[in-house]
Design a protein around this ligand. Sequence first.
Ligand SMILES: O=P(O)(O)OC[C@H]1O[C@H](OP(=O)(O)OP(=O)(O)O)[C@H](O)[C@@H]1O
Ligand SMILES: Nc1nc2[nH]cnc2c(=O)[nH]1
Ligand SMILES: [Mg+2]
Length: 167
Amino acid sequence: MSENAAQKPFPVSWDQFHRDARALAWRLNGAGPFRALVAVTRGGLVPAAIVARELGLRVIDTLCVASYEHTTQTEMRVLKGLSETVTRLGGDNGEGLLIVDDLVDTGRTARIIRETAPKAHIAAVYAKPMGKPLVDTFITEVSQDTWIFFPWDTGLSFQPPIRENGA
Ligand SMILES: O=P(O)(O)OC[C@H]1O[C@H](OP(=O)(O)OP(=O)(O)O)[C@H](O)[C@@H]1O
Ligand SMILES: Nc1nc2[nH]cnc2c(=O)[nH]1
Ligand SMILES: [Mg+2]
């Protein structure tokens, strides 16, 4: 979702994110067994830590991709693929791998992951309608014209009142 089309801000606090990531872990608990967990960097690192803790997963790898400059979608770059160890654990098709991201938006990132590991289980905490069919598990759906603001990207700031010049 590019900057212009995404108009509704959806700020998420650390507390809320922890609750949602833990809910994701509960849902994934019945979906395994998983031989390794893969975090899609960078956003996937945070839920991956929470899910790994909840599900007792200790073999953890990263898939490093970049596809947005702030809120603008750019050409997608895979900066680092799976390690040899985790590739071996997942066999040819990624079976038994749990791949975690913070959100799925247009689904482009998830689609590329699916191409390289078709049988992996792909999970995201938040999903927008376009990306939803590309993941196996998610927790909360938001509309396509929403922009999710994560706690690691934001800080406390003054909010002007809804009515600037009250009677
Ligand atoms: O479904 P899509 O349209 O592909 O968008 C989803 C991806 O975009 C964001 O990552 P981003 O590339 O911004 O990098 P980051 O995780 O380092 O913030 C988000 O963390 C997902 O990985
Ligand atoms: N923080 C953030 N990154 C994204 N990347 C793609 N969509 C989003 C979004 O809604 N929020
Ligand atoms: Mg990301």
